[in-house]
Design a protein around this ligand. Structure first.
Ligand code: DAH
Length: 342
């Protein structure tokens, strides 16, 4: 039986060596190791052999099987390497690449960066304040004592936790950063404060409970309304990349005196009147004014030692004008169809 096994082995190794293709090799595999092969029959009959013989023949068969399998594998690799079809596998370097989807900054972030760049070029520093603020900085320090009716203009999200004895709120305005900054810095100073604000309001296409403002504050010994107009005009002309005129209308804010509503000439028609400005020629931008001396007192400055200009503009509002968006809620919604457009 050992002879038989050896002759199968020699036959197998011989013919495997000569196999010219993967198909040939497959057939040889069936012939030599297949279920109906002579070798498999021998393996099956092992159990009928006497004990002594079974061991030697068994060992011999296993070694043979392993030897044949090894040669098969070797040959298979050899044939596969040979059958590699270079013509079919060649790479067409002129084929257009697969389009990759790239993420990008949210439009509001782009607008914020743009605003910061323009103000940096005018010598302003960008400052940030916390979104959770004490009642003092958000209201009291801005000349809005607890019973001041102007507080009702800004419905507030109050927090249940307090800081010491101070009530905490989600800041309703970036003006909250004014006194905080002035406590630590002496004039002359020029800052903008971009950031998120919150108000407990019903939403519609132009109002959101969460929105961005950017505050400007410039303080020195002889700052005046002319500076306010000029800086704003420079900023808006750069931001909209066209000549923009500005207009101030009398208004009221506790933290400024005098206070103004701030308008710019319509960015669509330039002031002639169109549907975007409802024929007014002007677009309302936000509040501005000359810093009330009481705010300086809260910051620890001497009364009448300085004068300052300030404003708080809505960032979404500017973005909406620039990119012709008519629904403010799209900014903080997560609709990718909107986000991808800009
Ligand atoms: N904080 C005001 C608001 O949110 C806007 C504002 C008005 C800010 C006048 C100012 C300012 O700095 O001078 O309604």
């Amino acid at each position: 039986m050992i002879d038989k096994i050896n002759s199968i082995k020699n036959g197998a190794l011989n013919s495997i060596e000569k196999a010219g293709s993967l198909d040939d090799l497959e057939n040889l595999k069936i012939k030599y190791l297949g279920r109906k092969s002579e070798f498999t029959n021998i393996l099956k009959s092992l159990k009928d052999l006497p004990e002594e013989q079974r061991r030697t023949v068994g060992q011999q068969s296993n070694a043979t099987k392993k030897a044949i399998e090894d040669v098969f594998m070797q040959k298979e690799q050899e044939l596969k390497a040979k059958s590699f079809d270079f013509a079919a596998e060649k790479i067409d370097v002129t084929m257009p690449a697969k389009k990759m989807r790239r993420g990008h900054l949210h439009m509001l972030t782009q607008v914020r960066n743009e605003i910061e760049d323009i103000f940096t070029s005018m010598g302003f520093e960008t400052v940030e304040g916390p979104e959770i603020e004490t009642e003092f900085y958000n209201f009291d320090a801005l000349n809005m004592p607890k019973d001041h009716p102007a507080r009702d203009m800004q419905d507030t999200f109050w927090l249940k936790t307090e800081k010491g004895k101070e009530r905490l709120a989600l800041r309703t305005q970036t003006s909250a950063a004014q006194v905080k900054y002035m406590e630590k810095h002496e004039p002359p100073l020029r800052i903008i404060v971009p950031g998120k604000c919150f108000r407990r309001e019903a939403t519609d296409s132009t109002h959101e409970h969460t929105f961005y403002q950017f505050e400007a504050l410039m303080v020195g010994e002889d700052i005046n309304v002319g500076n306010l107009k000029y800086i704003a005009q420079e900023f808006f002309s750069k931001f909209f990349k066209k000549d923009i005129k500005v207009r101030l209308r009398p208004s009221y804010f506790p933290f400024t005196e005098p206070s103004f509503e701030f308008d710019i000439s319509c960015t669509v028609c330039g002031g002639k009147g169109c549907s975007a400005c409802r024929n007014a020629g002007w677009l309302e931008i936000g509040g501005a004014g000359m810093v009330n001396q009481n705010v300086f007192i809260a910051a620890g400055y001497k009364r009448n030692a300085y004068q300052g200009l300030a404003w708080g503009f809505g960032l979404e509002r500017l973005a909406m004008m620039k990119y012709k968006v008519t629904e403010i809620r799209l900014f903080h919604g997560s609709d990718l169809r909107f986000i991808k457009q800009f």
